[in-house]
Write a protein that binds this ligand. Sequence first.
Ligand code: SAH
Ligand code: SF4
Ligand code: F3S
Length: 447
Amino acid sequence: MLETTRHYHITTFGCQMNKADSERMAGILEKMGFEWSEDPNQADLILYNTCTIRDNAEQKVYSYLGRQAERKQHNPHLTLILAGCVAQQEGEKLLQRVPELDLVMGPQHANRLESLLEEVFNGNQVCATESIHIAEDITKPRRQSTIVAWVNIIYGCNERCTYCVVPNVRGVEQSRRPEAIKEEVEALAKQGYKEITLLGQNIDAYGRDLPGSTQTGRHLYTFTDLLYYLHDLPGVERFRFATSHPRYFTERLIQACAELPKVCEYFHIPFQSGDNDLLKAMGRGYTHQRYRQIITKIRELMPHAAISADVIVGFPGETEKQFENTLELVEDIGFDQLNSAAYSPRPGTPAALWHNQVSFEVKNERLQRLNNLINLKAAERSARYLGRIENILVEQENPKNSTQVMGRTEGNRLTFFEGNINELKGKLVPVRITATRTFSLTGEIAN
Ligand code: SAH
Ligand code: SF4
Ligand code: F3S
């Protein structure tokens, strides 16, 4: 047993998967007796949960790590852990690059943190990056929020988008059993959670690896089935999900979302490019026409639905005309929110080796033009809320103004209004929208 309380600090980079993994690892550390330290410099154990989706994400990790490696030279009892996607990508090489590291662990090993740390405390330097079957998690995660929670339903990705590291670092698809997901959601509802976001890199692939699904030639459990299966659990007020892949997105799912009242009318469906030749080079498996059809169908059944997406500019070979096709798609669809990024060549991905790379200057210039359009469109989409009454699920006090509370609309727009957090936390409150900004809203309680 530890004599004095040891403190831990986790810094998380990257996507919601990593955030969910961090919450599980924090839960394991607390079960082991560690306490949270907000200040990394006061912590005895520091864990970086890392992202390598683009080069700048990876470089950020090294600069953080360098500072703590230096601290460890004066404080040999400090435990340093590198988890997540950079850990998986670089593996053993990290131990040579930063010998102060005690543990390098890939995302599939998040649930094994306790046994890995036992090896570390026995005096070993450990690297856990072999691919494994992800064990069901039995530890209670330490969640950031008491109102909204993430629940993984499928790990990994079997796609091979030519720009993307995720399949290399997250491994093949592994769906959790519907019963295990239901148990977790039920437990969350009992603890008072009101909104559940179901997570997967390609959520439409859910179920296709579960036993039985190949024998019959059809999925026994599709993602749509899972939504029906979870929907009526008492206590949960809202479900969200991400990320959808246009290649596998079905009309049945759209109908389910329209039909099931607790499923938010909000879709995150990355399109990556508005040009068919580029989509082909990316290995995405759909055309811009197909993408447009999906959005049209959603809007037919749910005229108020909010749509967000991801897009890449400056993919190898992208011409000015092809980039304009992306602008045209953004102009036509009008996204509520759009995450844009300049293409970044990643180790171990096919597109990084192609000779038709777009220059840094051109990528940046295109990114700026795209971002201007994105902001314009997002402001237009926000403006449609003016005067409307929206149900806001109150999550917390507005950190910048303690007389206000904040939460989100069904469409995921952040909304502020006057109110007392002690009375309103976790409640769905009807709010009349009185002011709109590009990505947020202000309102007042509607009586
Ligand atoms: N599974 C999701 C996205 C996962 S990664 C999907 O298929 O859409 C999140 C986003 O990062 C991607 O949607 C893509 O827009 C962006 N991204 C991935 N690799 C990238 C790269 N090499 N350069 C720039 N952006 C990239
Ligand atoms: Fe990456 Fe494509 Fe898988 Fe998304 S679907 S995680 S972009 S390989
Ligand atoms: Fe980054 Fe890994 Fe997520 S590379 S985007 S943290 S899956």
